[in-house]
Structure formats: C-alpha cells, structure tokens
Write a protein that binds this ligand. Structure first.
Ligand code: SF4
Length: 373
C-alpha cells in the first residue's frame, strides 16, 4: 500500500523560520543522521540508503496514529515512553502524530471518544493503527469494552479503514498471555480478529521499540510495510533465531553449559540451553537490538530466552526451565547429553572436534570457584 504524501501534508516538518523539527527539539544534525543510520542498519539496508531515510523523515507529512489498548499489561506503551534516549523518543513523536492513545492522552471519556471518531471521519484510509493487547472474542466480546463498545467492534472499525495496522507485543500479535490455556476470554491477535487488513506483527514482551520505530521508518521511506515471514513478522527483526546471534553461542558450540543457577558456568556466562533457554526455537533480534538503550537482554543478563516472540509461547514454550526436547534438524538434546557423558566422537559430529574436546576436558577439571573465566 502506498503512502499518499500529498494528502498527508497535515503537519509541517519545518517551522515558520525553516528549522527542521529535530532541531527545535534540541537534537543536533549529527544526532539526527546517527538516528537515520541506526534505523537504516536495523532494517538491514545498505548505508547508501541513509540519505533516503533522512529525506523521508524530513519530508512534509506526519501520519496520524491511533494507538489502541485492549487486553494487555501496558508494557508496550511503557517501552515506548521509557525509551530514555531523547533522540529516539523525540524524533518518533515528531515523525508521528499520535492523536489517540487511551493510556497517555489528556482527554478522557466523551472527549476521547470524539477525538477517535474525528480521525476516523476526516482521515479514513490515511492513518496508522497501533494495537497493543489481545482482543477477546468470547461471550460476544463482552470482556473488554471501551465507551460501551467491544474491543472487537472498535478494532474492526478502525483497522479496516486504516492505511496500515501494526500489532505491538505478543498479545496483539497472537493473543499472548491472555490466550494461554484455557483462554477464558477467547483472546486472539489482531490478524485473527480482523482478517484481511494490511498488518504487520511485532511480537515480544514487550515490543522492542527499535523494531517499532524501524517499521514506521520503513513505511515512511518506502510507502509500504516491510517484508514479513509466515507469521506476519518483519524479516529484518525476526528473520534469524536468537540462537544464531547469541553472545553465548561459542559456549554452546564448546559444550559449556550452565548446569545449575549460580554455578561456575553461570558465573562465567556459559550457555543456558540446559536451563531451559528457548533461543534455538525463537526468531527475534534481541541479541542485536537488546533493550534499555541496548544495555541488556534476558540471555545477556543470565536468564534463558522464554520464546516470547513465538505464537502461543506461554503454552508451547513452558515449562520455561525445562530444556527444549529437540530442535528439528539439529539434534541438540542428544548432542548436549553426549558431551556431558564425554562421547567425543558423537559430539564432534555436532559441534566440531575442538568444541567437543574442550567439553570433555572441562568435565575432567575440578570446579575452581576462585579462577576467573
Ligand atoms: Fe544462547 Fe540459549 Fe542458544 Fe545457549 S541455547 S547459545 S543461551 S540462545
């Protein structure tokens, strides 16, 4: 779907004296270009595209955004608001016109409802909907109502008339935690509740704000949503398994596992596979983008991945501390056990001779809690 820039000239990106919007926010040209470079890299685009991204962000036209919140913990809104880098937060809020958000807008009650109705009436087909939280369709959609209307009714009306819909977080993408068995409210994701719309899913608990911003930047730059996988997730962010980019991967390959919380392997940053890490079965760019201004992510902090960006993760990935029984095509379980038993020949087939020998050598070494890794 193409973005009609001419019809989107609702808010100028330059003020009356010609200053770019980011300058008014106290953001330097250098920081603005750095932001554009970061977004270009996040989208896996060549560096030659940086000027095009900058041009798109500086052009006139700020898409109106309606942020809907249904069955959720508000973690995705929190993730956006807590982005402490002023560059990211301020650029995003200036690039977009966040015209409706139940959680953070000043208006309430009838005034809020009127604001949403006005956008629908005056900008039909020209706004973007961001949905946070699952949509309950059980019991005639009675479990989540806003202003006397059900979440399903609101989502159908607004998403069907939108330029595009972005489902943020796992609940909005696939139902998430509210959809865990026995799913008492009949919670589903946006795609199931409102089929046939232009939709991209950004699952995760919470959504990674960098991925949300990059998706919007892609839309502004190219006039269409990024390419997605079979689960509606953009390939730039969900094209690879966590295991493929994990900082502990070398320990996995070397047969160095955490065997118990707080053991020597845990203190040394060894692989968390045996502690239940679901990284080998989870597609997400957590190891690259990380969270909290790129300072950390679960596996980096010593906890295994729980697979939160996969559909039905609460049911299919739990118990969270039980190791994956098998990874198709990889034989991970058998290989890990064989290394533990010191079966060098068998392990070598999976990890390479070097890693298997290291693992066997480690098995023979006494634990030395005083030695640094
Ligand atoms: Fe990283 Fe988990 Fe894979 Fe180990 S199993 S390398 S901790 S993703």
């Amino acid at each position: 779907m193409k973005l009609d820039h001419d019809s989107e000239k609702m808010f100028p990106m330059f003020d009356e004296v010609g200053s770019p919007f980011w300058e008014k926010r106290g953001v330097s040209r250098r920081d603005f270009m750095k932001f554009c470079a970061t977004m270009t890299a996040a989208l896996s685009l060549p560096a030659a595209m940086i000027p095009k991204v900058a041009e798109a962000l500086e052009s006139d036209g700020r898409p109106s955004v309606i942020w809907l919140e249904f069955q959720s913990c508000t973690g995705d809104t929190e993730a956006l608001l807590r982005a402490s880098s002023p560059t990211v937060a301020e650029i995003v809020l200036d690039v977009l016109s966040l015209d409706y958000s139940e959680t953070i807008m000043a208006a309430a009650g009838h005034l809020a409802e009127e604001a949403r109705g006005k956008i629908l009436k005056e900008r039909a087909g020209k706004y973007i909907v961001v949905v946070e939280g699952s949509i309950p369709i059980g019991e005639n959609s009675a479990y989540c109502c806003i202003g006397g209307r059900s979440a399903l009714e609101i989502a159908r009306e607004l998403c069907s008339n939108a330029l595009a819909t972005i489902a943020v977080g796992t609940c909005a993408s696939y139902g998430g935690l509210p959809a865990a068995a026995p799913n008492p409210t009949g919670a589903v994701g946006v795609g199931e509740a409102v089929p046939g719309i232009t939709l991209v899913n950004l699952p995760g608990c919470p959504v990674n704000t960098d991925n949300l911003v990059a998706t919007i930047v892609h839309f502004l730059t190219f006039g269409r949503l990024p390419a997605v996988d079979g689960k509606g997730r953009p390939l730039f962010a969900y094209g690879k398994k966590i295991h493929d980019n994990c900082e502990r991967r070398s320990h996995f390959d070397a047969g160095q596992y955490v065997e118990a919380w707080g053991d020597q392997g845990h203190r040394k940053g060894h692989c968390l596979y045996k502690m239940g890490c679901k990284g080998p079965a989870t597609f997400h760019n957590c190891p690259i983008q990380k969270y909290n201004e790129k300072t950390g992510w679960p596996v980096g902090s010593g906890h295994g991945c729980v697979g939160c960006s996969e559909p039905a993760f609460w049911d299919s990935m739990s118990p969270f501390y039980r190791r994956l029984p098998n990874v198709p095509g990889f034989g991970i379980e058998a290989t890990a056990d064989k290394i533990g038993l010191g079966l060098v020949a068998a392990a070598a087939a999976g990890f390479g001779i070097h890693g298997a020998l290291n693992a066997l050598r480690k098995d023979k070494e006494p634990e030395d809690s005083t030695r640094e890794g």
